[in-house]
Write a protein that binds this ligand. Structure first.
Ligand SMILES: [Zn+2]
Length: 284
């Protein structure tokens, strides 16, 4: 599952020095002795460990927090002045950075250092559980919030404003075509759910039942800072499908429960089986 990360010993080494607190930056030493900051960091610092970024997020897209973690809506959108600089839901506006679902939050640890899910192990079980709980609470808040709560599901569904993207005004109003046209496991189709809401104002009964929680493995993330994606399957966007398509056979999203099972298996198998298991899982 984590074979890509495992095959990069220089990055592993640099990341473990940062995670253990020995260094405050992730700086990779190359073969020729030259040094460079790890990709996905800001001059070596994983983004969610930059105080300025956390402060900015607290004033804009923070949804809730727990003892060790924050939950917020993906923000810091660069290409236009969206409300609270939130990433837009429409692919036409946000491209690949758009929200994966109309209800989408990220959970990050406040101080615990992890470059990505690739370095999680059995001793992180309570952190993972805390992240899952907070993720669940954050999406629940967005589902329950009314249309005046910026970032809530109803707010997204009722948007009519325009946003200035490079001098062109583009409507933020959602259309069924901005949503995934594929049926979920539950049999519902996101574009149909939005069409239904626009026509009748009604929403599916068990929205929380389609909660997805996932990580992006090394090679599939642009931010080298552990973050859990929490999103509602009923409201999966076109942007989500485009990202999954791009990584075709090598899924971008790995479910949190799969990661947890994998970590536990590795622990039980011991070192001898480790390499074999990793290769097998990566070809899944
Ligand atoms: Zn990610």
């Amino acid at each position: 599952m984590f074979s890509k990360y495992e095959s990069n010993p220089k990055l592993k080494d640099a990341a473990s020095q940062w995670e253990s607190g020995y260094k405050d930056v992730i700086e990779v030493t190359n073969e020729d002795g030259s040094k460079e900051f790890a990709k996905g960091t800001i001059r070596g610092v994983p983004p969610f460990h930059k105080p300025e970024i956390i402060e900015d997020m607290k004033g804009k897209t923070l949804v809730c927090e727990s003892e060790n973690c924050y939950a917020f809506i993906p923000g810091a959108f660069r290409n236009g002045d969206t409300p609270n600089k939130m990433q837009p839901a429409r692919f036409e506006i946000g491209g690949e950075g758009s929200l994966q679902s109309l209800v989408h939050t990220l959970v990050v640890p406040k101080t615990i250092r992890k470059i990505s899910c690739d370095t999680l192990n059995v001793s992180d079980e309570s952190l993972i559980n805390e992240m899952k709980e907070l993720g669940k609470r954050s999406v629940q808040m967005l589902i329950e919030g009314d249309e005046h709560m910026i970032g809530s599901l109803k707010w997204q569904l009722n948007l009519t404003d325009e946003v200035d993207i490079d001098g062109t005004m583009i409507s933020m109003e959602l259309k069924p075509e901005d949503m995934s046209p594929y049926p979920l496991e539950e049999g519902l189709i996101p574009s149909e759910i939005v069409r239904e809401y626009k026509d009748t104002g009604s929403l599916p009964v068990n929205i929380m039942g389609s909660l997805r929680q996932s990580f992006h493995r090394y090679g599939h993330y642009t931010v080298a800072s552990l973050h859990m994606h929490n999103y509602i399957g009923n409201f999966i966007t076109l942007a989500h499908d485009k990202a999954e398509e791009k990584y075709a056979d090598d899924f971008k999203n790995v479910s949190v429960d799969d990661v947890m099972h994998y970590i536990k298996d590795i622990e039980e198998l011991g070192d001898g089986m480790d390499g074999l298991c990793r290769t097998q899982s990566s070809s899944r």
